[in-house]
Write a protein that binds this ligand. Sequence first.
Ligand SMILES: Cc1cc2nc3c(=O)[nH]c(=O)nc-3n(C[C@H](O)[C@H](O)[C@H](O)COP(=O)(O)O)c2cc1C
Length: 207
Amino acid sequence: MLLCEPVAHECFIIIMKKLVCIFGSPRNDGNSDILLNNAIKGAETSGVYVEKVIIRDLKIAPCNSCGGCREKGVCVIDDDMQRIYSKLVDADGIIVASPIYFMGVSAQLKAFIDRCQAFWARKYILNLPIREGGRIANGFFIATAARNAGEGLFTGAVKTIKAFFHVLDTKYEGEILCSGLEEKGAVDNRQELLQQAYKAGKQLIKA
Ligand SMILES: Cc1cc2nc3c(=O)[nH]c(=O)nc-3n(C[C@H](O)[C@H](O)[C@H](O)COP(=O)(O)O)c2cc1C
């Protein structure tokens, strides 16, 4: 007679830290994409889970100031942004990359950021936390521009990203502001910037 012993199964759950990487350029494989992909390579060596949000591939309408989010802290516009909100809340780290367009971030990224007015309503009208237990994420900004860094070239974009991180309870940990990059792929000749991006991705959050 064959006796069967119950087999004990041990179950391990590994909770990985999450890094959300926001690609803000309408130009695919451009300078900000290249730098952000380098940051991702760095992050992956730290064993974090990386979620890419490629804004040019999403349908995101601009905020129309309807005030709908004031009721429940939830945006009422039904488009691709609806599946991004929870990713921003779950994030332990957020890296945003954008080209400089007329001294600010790209229009596509700005529309995305404006849709985070729903988080503003949650925080300042409804007094709700962004993340459970008031958890703070770490944020980093990568910007690329054609001009040589002059007075205020990145000032507007940095202010916008700081406001975005602030509403999302995300600490502005640092930035790489790259001037003199006009043509697609020009950053490939700037090893120091590629390395800085890799290092930033590696260090932003630890597994
Ligand atoms: C609509 C538009 C506006 C731009 N405005 C600026 C600007 O104000 N200052 C600047 O230095 N570069 C400006 N640029 C150049 C881009 O910032 C630059 O080429 C950048 O490297 C593009 O990044 P990407 O390859 O990731 O798209 C502009 C480019 C476009 C298409």
